[in-house]
Design a protein around this ligand. Structure first.
Ligand code: UDP
Length: 237
C-alpha cells in the first residue's frame, strides 16, 4: 500500500467498499431476518421475540433487552475455528448489542427480550460490521419499532493511507494496519459504536471516521431500498 500509492491488493480505491448484497426475510421461522454480504464476508441474522425474559431476576421493569448472539461459524475461516462461543464471540455479541440497543424503542417492551442471532458463515474481516448491518435490516423486517436503521463499516489506515472496508489480507499487513469499525445511524445522527485497533494520527482518525460515516449512510440507503422493495405490496401476516 505504501509503496504503490492508492493501490490495494484487490485494486479498490481507498474510499471504496467491497461489493454489497443484501436481502430481507431469509429465515421463514424467524420473526425477521436478513442476509448481508460485503466482499467475501457474509452475515445471516434471525430475530426472535419479543418474549418474556428468563430468569425473572434479570428482567428490567421499565424496558426490554436487545440480546445479540454473534457466532463465527467453524468453517467461515481458512483455519477452522473451534465450534462453540469463544471469548471473541462473546465480546462481539456485546459490541453488537450495544451498537443496536439505543436504536430500538426498548421502552415498548418492559420485562421482555428481543433475541438477535448473528451467524457468520464466511469471514474476510469486517464480520462484526456485516453482522450489525444484517441485524439492522432483520430488526426492521421483524417490524420492531426503531429510531433509525444502522450502517456499520470498518474504516482505518494502511501505512499513512486512510482506507475503507479492510480485508483480512489488509488487516494483516506486515507493517501494521489500523482498523476502526463503526456504526452510524443517519436518522438519529448518532455513531452508536466505534472501536480502534492499531495506531493512527488525529488527522487521519477524523478522516477515517468521516469516510466510515459516509459509507454507513450509503449502506442505510441500500437497506431502505431493500425493505421498500420487499414490502412494496404491503406486509403479509
Ligand atoms: N478470523 C479468523 N479466525 C478467528 C477470528 C477471526 O480467521 O478465530 C479472521 C476473520 O476473517 C475475521 C478477521 O480475522 O473477519 C478479523 O477479525 P476481527 O477480530 O478483527 O473482527 P472482524 O474484523 O471480523 O469484525
Amino acid at each position: 500500500m505504501a509503496k504503490t500509492k492508492n493501490k490495494r491488493p484487490d485494486g479498490r480505491k481507498p474510499s471504496e467498499m467491497r461489493k454489497i448484497e443484501m436481502e430481507a426475510g431469509v429465515i421463514p421461522n424467524a420473526v425477521g431476518s436478513a442476509r448481508f454480504k460485503i466482499g467475501d464476508t457474509e452475515a445471516i441474522v434471525g430475530v426472535y421475540g419479543p418474549r418474556e425474559l428468563h430468569p425473572r431476576k434479570i428482567r428490567l421493569a421499565d424496558q426490554g433487552l436487545l440480546q445479540c448472539n454473534y457466532d463465527l461459524m467453524s468453517f467461515s475461516v481458512s483455519d477452522r475455528k473451534r465450534p462453540g462461543p469463544s471469548r471473541r464471540d462473546r465480546e462481539l455479541s456485546l459490541v453488537s448489542s450495544n451498537a443496536l440497543s439505543n436504536l430500538v424503542f426498548l421502552d415498548k417492551y418492559p420485562t421482555q427480550v428481543i433475541d438477535v442471532f448473528i451467524q457468520i458463515p464466511q469471514a474476510d474481516a469486517g464480520t462484526r460490521c456485516a453482522g450489525i448491518c444484517a441485524a439492522s435490516l432483520a430488526l426492521a423486517d421483524a417490524g420492531i419499532p426503531m429510531k433509525g436503521l444502522a450502517g456499520s463499516i470498518s474504516a482505518g489506515a494502511i501505512g499513512d493511507t486512510v482506507v475503507l472496508d479492510l480485508t483480512k489480507e489488509e488487516e494483516d499487513w506486515a507493517d501494521g494496519a489500523t482498523d476502526i469499525p463503526l456504526t452510524y445511524s443517519p436518522k438519529t445522527g448518532f455513531i452508536t459504536h466505534l472501536q480502534l485497533d492499531g495506531e493512527i494520527s488525529k488527522k487521519n482518525l477524523f478522516k477515517a471516521i468521516d469516510m466510515g460515516v459516509k459509507a454507513a449512510e450509503k449502506i442505510v440507503d441500500m437497506q431502505e431500498k431493500t425493505l421498500k422493495e420487499k414490502y412494496k405490496g404491503g406486509a403479509v401476516e
